[in-house]
Design a protein around this ligand. Structure first.
Ligand code: UGY
Ligand code: MN
Length: 247
């Protein structure tokens, strides 16, 4: 239910943001048709990454030309065909793709209501290191590991941990009561979408109740901590920049 009397759990500040599903306003994106697009994280708020939620009607499509931007896409609901440089796969809920900079990608034949989260950013090449190629994956095929040995916080790393990649995208699943073991403060930026469950996210000096459908941006060095609450596990998908020197 929309929050009443002008109240919202959302907050957009200079170094972190929380946007709930009730705050969403669609925008149009060149190359995407028959879909709503909500840009939840972007350079317009100070981020280096763009995080976009696409929701397709049946008959919707996307065709995104090659550029210096790389795209990671994760299917949250439904199914669709995704092609990268002519290589085509059907992706269902939990399926994902990585389209490198310099390649084009497209989506067709979505089931009505298919939802994708995209993380997009300009690729930073590393001299002498091969840039990554296109990739398709499925979360059920990715082994999880207890985060820092804690079985209540399970981490799945969706992209190969190779120096050619300048972004990582991971899934975190917490049992109710599970939490990040300490308050993280790090140079890496995050874009994040809550996939299920609920909990409390500490962002800098504020504590926010969060639940499935919420999106979060954390600037570099944003103090962060999470505890899962409720009766079902809390899961989130998140982006972080990796493998590049600060200077
Ligand atoms: O990978 C991470 O930095 C992760 N532990 N951060 C987070 O979940 N907020
Ligand atoms: Mn972190």
């Amino acid at each position: 239910m929309p929050e009443l009397f002008g109240h919202t759990r959302a907050h957009v500040g200079p170094r972190h943001a929380l946007i709930t599903a009730d705050n969403h306003v669609n925008s149009s994106i060149p190359g995407v048709s028959g879909a709503t697009a909500v840009v939840l994280v972007s350079p317009a708020m100070g981020a280096s990454v763009a995080q976009t939620l696409l929701t397709f009607e049946s008959g919707g499509a996307a065709r995104i030309a090659a550029s210096d931007v790389q795209t990671f896409g994760y299917v949250m609901q439904g199914s669709a065909s995704v092609s990268i440089d002519g290589k085509k796969r059907t992706l269902r809920s939990g399926g994902y793709f990585y389209c490198p900079a310099g390649s084009e990608w497209g989506l067709s034949g979505p089931k009505r209501g298919t939802r994708l989260t995209l993380f997009q950013k300009k690729y930073a090449a590393l001299p002498g290191v091969k840039a990554p190629g296109a990739l398709f994956g499925e979360e059920s095929r990715v082994k999880g590991t207890p985060f820092l040995g804690d079985p209540a916080a399970n981490l799945q790393v969706l992209l190969p941990d190779l120096p050619g990649f300048d972004m990582a995208v991971n899934l975190f699943a917490y049992q109710p009561g599970g939490h990040l073991p300490f308050v993280e403060i790090h140079i890496m930026e995050h874009g994040l979408v809550m996939l299920s469950g609920e909990g409390v996210y500490r962002l800098e000096d504020s504590w926010y109740p969060v639940k499935a459908g919420d999106s979060i941006w954390m600037a570099p060095y944003c103090a962060q901590w999470f505890v899962a609450m409720g009766k079902v596990p809390a899961r989130y998908l998140y982006y972080k920049d990796v493998n590049r020197a600060a200077l």
